[in-house]
Design a protein around this ligand. Structure first.
Ligand code: NAP
Length: 248
């Protein structure tokens, strides 16, 4: 049990990487706080957790673009649970557009969802963790944030911003024994990537992924588990690629 009895808050836990993380963390003894926009969309995750854990997850629902709702959720967590050991900033969106077609509403949406919300979640979580003198924050960035990608300037900027925020927070919070790290997934099979057509998927695998397969959400979730657990107790300010050798 790598995270036995730890209170673990996962944003965007209704599907994809967040759901896989919730199930793996539950198997390893975590007490989960699950987040998505609607309770209904978390039903599948909750059912999967009930198969492997006796703990019922605590659920918070809000749009991460809404600052007041986000703040209220942390107030509720402080009141009802009183502590937080691990925060996984996973909720995110991807919208593609060549530079010439970028629109203001798209920039605002992606920046608020992928970057601003990460800053605010880190701020509220770190207040709890600094008092406890321990904690682990893990931000889900992307290979596109480290290396860029055509048609993804906005998404890349948001995910590169997450890396800068991770390293800054790691420096600030290390004296309080609060670690802050990021993962940079490559190409993972989730709803976020399911718009890629079969032919272009095969080309990506053949030309870009050294391990010759698309990643599964569990590949990322296992690295999140390592960063959340005491196995990584001397690791902070790092960005770990989970990309099957796309960037070496
Ligand atoms: P996904 O399957 O589309 O899941 C996205 C999750 O984020 C859902 O739980 C969704 O909740 C939540 N979410 C999105 N917008 C939200 C908002 N405005 N407010 C609250 N919740 C919101 O995506 P995924 O592939 O698992 O992605 C998870 C993270 O990994 C993202 O940050 C993504 O950028 C990153 N990533 C993914 C890949 C990949 O290849 N899949 C690669 C690199 C990085 P709802 O149920 O409320 O919609």
């Amino acid at each position: 049990m790598l995270v036995d009895n730890k209170i673990v808050f996962i944003t965007g836990a209704s599907r994809g990487i967040g759901q896989a993380a919730a199930v793996i963390f539950a198997k390893h003894g975590a007490r989960l706080i699950l987040h998505a926009r609607k309770t209904k969309s978390l039903q599948q995750t909750i059912a999967k957790i009930q198969e492997v854990s006796a703990f019922s997850p605590f659920v918070v629902t809000y749009d991460v673009e809404e600052y007041d709702s986000l703040k209220n959720a942390f107030q509720l967590i402080r009141k009802e649970i009183g502590k937080l050991d691990v925060l996984i900033n996973n909720a995110g969106i991807m919208e593609e557009s060549m530079l010439g077609m970028i629109r203001e509403d798209m920039v605002n949406r992606i920046m608020q969802t992928n970057l601003q919300s990460v800053l605010y979640h880190m701020q509220f979580a770190s207040r709890l963790m600094m008092r406890q003198k321990q904690g682990s924050i893990i931000n889900v960035s992307s290979i596109i944030g480290t290396n860029g990608s055509e048609g993804n300037a906005v998404y890349a900027a948001s995910k590169a911003g997450v890396i800068g925020a991770t390293k800054s927070a790691a420096k600030e919070l290390a004296p309080f024994n609060v670690r802050v790290n990021a993962v940079a997934p490559g190409f993972i099979a989730t709803d976020l990537t399911n718009h890629y057509k079969r032919g272009s998927l095969e080309k990506i695998v053949e030309n870009n992924i050294k391990m010759k397969r698309i990643g599964q959400p569990e590949d990322v979730a296992n690295v999140l588990l390592f960063l959340a657990s005491d196995l990584s107790s001397y690791v902070t300010g790092q960005v770990i690629g989970v990309d099957g050798g796309m960037v070496i």
